[in-house]
Design a protein around this ligand. Structure first.
Ligand SMILES: Cc1ncc(COP(=O)(O)O)c(C=O)c1O
Length: 375
């Protein structure tokens, strides 16, 4: 979705000319500067660049001490990586229905809490925020960590607050489909210095190019989820462009929503009506949604492959890389309750279409396309 161009090309040239592509802790270098710029932009104390959104989620879970035996509440409508990261951390994802806003249903979330629930992962899907007030209240009452999966929603706000800055940790993805991109990549944000230290450890083997410490604790074994200076350089440019990208997205959202509303189409409700940077329509019937999805630029959410839990093959089949790595066996919850049916989510996804914002088109063209789509 984000545009790449000459400035990114120049930034890459600068890194190549430096002769050193690997990240270090030197404050003059691209990754470190990107992290402080991202933290400043988001108004949080700490940001860490990682190799993907999935890697960021794994680091966040490990940093929060979540592992075997633990349950993490995950919405049934999200990219498979959200639930997959929980399993990679050794815990189990417990599925929660989404409500008509397409984000995790706080009431079903409350109903799925058990003595083993340690965290909730609200996912701000398709640039639409979750009901964070309710989620944070429930999480506080039950002592749950909140790991916000804001992979699809960098720059989106919920009642004025940026997605990714309201929970214990926020996670972004910078893969090619996101609001800003370095092809692949991600970042984690937190205000908690201890969580930050543990995420830093988790993303860099625990030995590090980064001179990290864990206070008085010895470092633990992490993976290598570092990004390179090349990605750091691109991301610095992309972050500078982000406000403009978001303005364009907002304008396109308004244009398309206005045309669809005028034609009497049923727009999907949002937790903060001013927030969404996407357009979705929830119809009365599956047939209406199927018919609308045939229009150019429209797609039905149910047809969106691994964003629907019924398509998460390895998870449904309980298949990890090795049979003895089996988070389901380490958990108290019965395996068939982990991927419990979420019929309400499936029904909503069958009846809901999202619309392409036509970001490349100039505004007058976008207006014409919006009217064509609506009629
Ligand atoms: C909601 C959500 N969570 C997690 C991820 C994982 O991000 P990545 O592809 O960077 O690993 C994605 C990526 O598409 C996503 O959309």
């Amino acid at each position: 979705m984000a545009k790449l161009g000459f400035i990114e090309w120049l930034a890459l040239g600068r890194v190549i000319a430096s002769g050193s592509l690997i990240r270090t802790d030197d404050g003059a270098r691209e990754c470190v500067r990107f992290e402080s710029e991202l933290a400043r932009w988001a108004g949080v104390d700490h940001a860490l660049a990682v190799s993907s959104g999935t890697a960021g989620l794994v680091c966040a879970l490990q940093a929060c001490g979540i592992g075997p035996g633990d349950e993490v509440l995950v919405p049934a409508y999200t990219w498979m990586g959200s639930a997959g990261a929980v399993l990679l951390a050794g815990a189990v994802p417990v599925l929660v229905e989404v409500d008509e806003t397409l984000t995790i249903d706080p009431e079903d979330m409350r109903a799925k809490i058990t003595p083993h629930t340690r965290a909730v992962m609200p996912v701000h899907m398709i640039n639409r925020p979750c009901d964070m007030d309710s989620i944070l209240t429930i999480a506080r009452t039950h002592g749950l960590r909140v790991i916000e999966d804001a992979c699809q929603a960098i720059g989106v706000r919920y009642r004025g607050q940026l997605c990714g800055t309201m929970g214990d940790v926020g996670v972004f993805s910078f893969n090619s489909y996101k609001n800003m991109t370095s092809g692949e990549g991600g970042a984690v944000l937190t205000r908690d210095p201890q969580i930050m230290e543990r995420m830093t450890n988790a993303h860099d083997l625990g030995i590090s190019y980064r001179g990290q410490t864990l206070g008085n604790s010895p470092v633990f074994l992490g993976a290598n989820y570092r990004i390179s200076e090349l990605q750091g350089a691109i991301l610095r440019v992309q972050l500078r462009k982000l406000p403009k990208t978001l303005r364009r997205m907002r304008r396109r959202t308004e244009i398309i929503a206005k045309a669809l509303r005028a034609a009497g189409h049923p727009l999907t409700p949002a937790n903060d009506p001013a927030a969404p940077l996407s357009v979705a329509l929830t119809f009365e019937t599956e047939e209406e949604a199927k018919a609308f999805s045939q229009r150019p630029g429209a797609r039905r959410l149910f047809d969106n492959s691994k964003h629907v839990y019924t398509e998460w093959r390895p998870i449904l089949d309980r298949r990890m890389a090795h049979p003895r790595v089996d988070p389901w066996a380490w958990a108290e919850i019965a395996p068939d309750r982990v991927i419990d049916d979420c019929p309400r989510t499936l029904d909503l996804l069958r009846r809901t279409c999202a619309v392409n914002l036509k970001m490349r088109a100039p505004e007058p063209v976008a207006k014409v396309l919006a009217r064509q789509l609506a009629t």
